[in-house]
Design a protein around this ligand. Structure first.
Ligand SMILES: Nc1ncnc2c1ncn2[C@@H]1O[C@H](COP(=O)(O)OP(=O)(O)OP(=O)(O)O)[C@@H](O)[C@H]1O
Length: 245
């Protein structure tokens, strides 16, 4: 579904991604674990061509080369980014945020798609006329996800969605990710929260200083927990984490 091969990305002279290889099969939820500054956001921006890689290949469906496309054409391929920090507009209402996203995408808002978002996330329908600055962190995150899922989404890149959320809300978010997965959408979940990554995803990549240090299933990670201590400085017991249901 999505295949990154030997991706190198720079900010000016600063070489941030060093030959990243990563693969997602259709309908998989895969985590990208790494500490601050590891390059998770850069990797997602590279896929979207917001920070285009200097070399390497990023294929969708085995044939469409994203590195040859502009961001809006990547978007048209059904690849969507739910950005870190949510990226929603606090002074606008929930509905204005959704309508604005649709206008930016298609030059017009599409009431049916907004209704689909409310059907999927009823709390957003209830709060449609409320300004976003009055929403809780979890509700803002829902709005960001709803916005990223407007239209035909096939691959959802979620950049640290649990950041700043209370533990109970993180659990709800995890359930939501599992729910989105059942719709067949392929998910790449960037996380520093190892528990969240392990409980929402079956396969994991660990990124350190722009290089993939580990790739494998939850079971494989359980046999190699030292890597979590080495790369993240955490000693989360993989065995204690609830696996995706
Ligand atoms: N616009 C930019 N210009 C220059 N360097 C940048 C820019 N954005 C990020 N970097 C650098 O690139 C490296 C990777 O940053 P990135 O944001 O991709 O990491 P991250 O894993 O997403 O971490 P975080 O959780 O802090 O966002 C860091 O060293 C960061 O300082």
């Amino acid at each position: 579904m999505l295949q990154l091969s030997d991706v190198h990305t720079y900010y000016g002279l600063s070489h941030v991604l060093h030959g990243v290889n990563l693969e997602l099969a259709k309908g998989e939820a895969v985590s990208l674990i790494g500490r601050n500054g590891a390059g998770k956001t850069t990797l997602m921006r590279s896929v979207m061509q917001l920070t285009p890689p200097r070399s390497g290949s990023i294929l969708v469906n085995g044939s469409v080369e994203l590195t040859k496309l502009k961001p809006h054409d990547v978007f048209r391929q059904g690849v969507r980014l739910c950005p870190q920090g949510r990226g929603v507009f606090p002074k606008l209402t929930v509905e204005e945020n959704l309508r604005l996203a649709l206008v930016a995408q298609r030059g017009q808002d599409v009431p049916a798609q907004i209704q689909t978002a409310y059907d999927r996330f009823p709390i957003l329908g209830e709060k449609r006329h409320q300004k976003v600055r009055g929403l809780s962190g979890g509700q803002r995150q829902l709005l960001a996800i709803a916005r990223a899922m407007l239209g035909d989404t096939s691959i959802l890149l979620m950049d640290e969605p649990s950041e700043g959320l209370a533990p109970l809300v993180v659990q709800e978010l995890r359930d939501l990710i599992l729910d989105i997965k059942t719709t067949g959408i392929t998910i790449l979940l960037s996380e520093q929260n190892v528990k969240m990554a392990l409980s929402a995803c079956d396969r994991h990549y660990i990124l350190e200083k722009g290089e993939i240090r580990f790739s494998g299933t939850t079971e494989e990670l359980a046999c190699n927990e030292d890597i979590l201590i080495q790369t993240l400085g955490v000693s989360t017991s993989v065995a204690e984490c609830e696996a995706p249901g």
